[in-house]
Design a protein around this ligand. Structure first.
Ligand SMILES: Cc1ncc(COP(=O)(O)O)c(C=O)c1O
Length: 417
């Protein structure tokens, strides 16, 4: 298979692990040689309900028998409408809400910005350094991480401004980050030209850094003061991952719009924008959409995910997984100087590796080696971080206790080898 890959697939798309997947069930994966792995990656945070959950499979089978595609822009259908209702019901914003569906996270981000611009009549958008919002050109313009994402792909969209994320381990306290944002609004873009500020409540690809809750609240106040819309990118943090259905719930901050994707439909390509009805209704009819957006099979899977989240109490389970993982990582940190910081929110836990605890020089190669060792021992896990030196956990939230322990044992053993 490796020869097919190198011959027919461009090197621009990399795979974290050089193995060929054959099957996946729950929190386990198998490669084509039959080797088994515990899955701490979940297809990059997509499998919060686990691979091939029977209720998802059943819902998908039923929808497949009815229709696989009509395009919502031609004929609307029940799975889209019911999922929109269910998503609005769990979105932590008071008052009437509306939701629209697309296929990828990047598309959700693009559309959230379009909606915000239409609603405010303003053009500028602010995002954070280290943020990741996707690979299409506006989403990439909002992304605050050069390598490998931005490379030579510019020029980027105009009217996008970046400000530091409150990443205290790397020197950006809440106060410092807010001061820099204040400077930006004074010296580069006047606040009455800003349509929206887009933030991941926990920086995902940027290193699993939770935004302090008071930072989120101050951001909300600032947005309210200037009539700026707050967009929470919950694409990686949503659907129970952080111990609440959505990560913004920890701060009680209500965004105006939220972007969702990844675990929403258990592996079927589905994303969405949900938010205040008055804001969502700003674009004129026909201004939003896409041929495949809100595919009926993906929406049927999404409704099953909603049921599973509720019935299996997965947000609560995420909080418990998080405390088990953090405790284990803190124990390792006492034994290994290479572990600079352990941090996270719920089951979204990151362990930042450094060559020296004082200089905090990122241990990027060591992180890659650790994950390769873990893979050889039977664990699939991913790294993240602007410096590629953070081990992150994205296991299914219904992972059985023994598999959670098995995965952690492998990671611990890999640190020692
Ligand atoms: C927070 C966040 N936003 C947006 C995206 C882009 O999603 P997609 O890869 O589905 O376009 C990602 C993907 O990792 C993400 O983590």
């Amino acid at each position: 298979m490796a020869d097919l890959r190198s011959k027919y697939v461009p090197r621009g798309i990399t795979s974290s692990h050089p193995i060929t997947a054959d099957g996946a069930r729950g929190s386990e994966l198998w490669d084509v040689t039959g080797k088994r792995y515990v899955d701490f990656a979940g297809g990059i945070g997509v499998m919060n309900v686990g691979h091939a959950h029977p209720r998802v499979m059943q819902a998908v089978r039923e929808q497949l028998e009815k229709a696989t595609h009509t395009s919502f822009q031609v004929l609307h259908y029940e799975s889209y409408l019911r999922l929109a209702q269910r998503l609005c019901e769990v979105t932590p914003i008071d008052g009437p809400k509306k939701a629209i569906f697309f296929s990828t996270g990047a598309e959700a981000i693009e559309n959230a910005v379009k909606i915000a611009r239409a609603a405010t009549g303003r053009q500028a958008v602010i995002s954070f350094r280290g943020a990741f919002h996707g690979r299409t050109l506006l989403a990439l313009s909002l992304t605050g991480s050069a390598q490998p994402y931005k490379q030579n792909f510019g020029p980027y969209a105009a009217e996008v401004y970046q400000t530091p994320f409150p990443y205290s381990y790397r020197g950006w306290t809440t106060e410092a980050a807010l001061a820099d944002l204040g400077n930006l609004l004074e010296s580069e873009v006047s606040p009455n030209r800003v349509a929206a500020i887009v933030i991941e409540p926990v920086l995902g690809e940027g290193g699993f850094v939770p935004a302090p809750l008071d930072f989120m609240r101050k951001l909300r106040e600032l947005c309210d003061g200037y009539g700026i819309l707050l967009i929470a990118d919950e694409i990686q943090t949503g659907f129970g991952r952080t111990g609440k259905f959505f990560a913004v719930e920890h701060s009680h901050v209500q965004p105006d719009l939220m972007t969702v994707a990844k675990s929403m439909a258990a592996g079927f390509p589905l994303s969405g924008v949900v938010g205040r009805a008055d804001v969502m209704d700003a674009p004129d009819p026909g201004g939003l959409g896409g041929t495949f957006g809100g595919n009926p099979v993906a929406c049927a899977a999404g409704i099953a995910v909603m049921d599973i989240m509720r019935d299996e109490k997965l947000p609560e389970r995420a909080a418990r997984i998080g405390s088990v993982v953090e405790e284990r990582m803190q124990t390792w940190a006492r034994e290994h100087d290479m572990i600079g910081e352990v941090r996270g929110m719920g089951a979204m836990v990151g362990m930042e590796l450094v060559r020296d605890r004082k200089t905090k020089e990122p241990a990027d190669r060591e992180t890659a080696k650790l994950l390769a060792t873990a893979r050889d021992k039977g664990l699939i896990a991913l790294r993240c971080g602007v410096h590629h030196n953070v081990v992150r956990t994205l296991m299914p939230l219904n992972i059985p206790d023994d598999q959670l322990e098995e995965g952690l044992d492998i990671l611990g053993a890999s640190l020692n080898s």
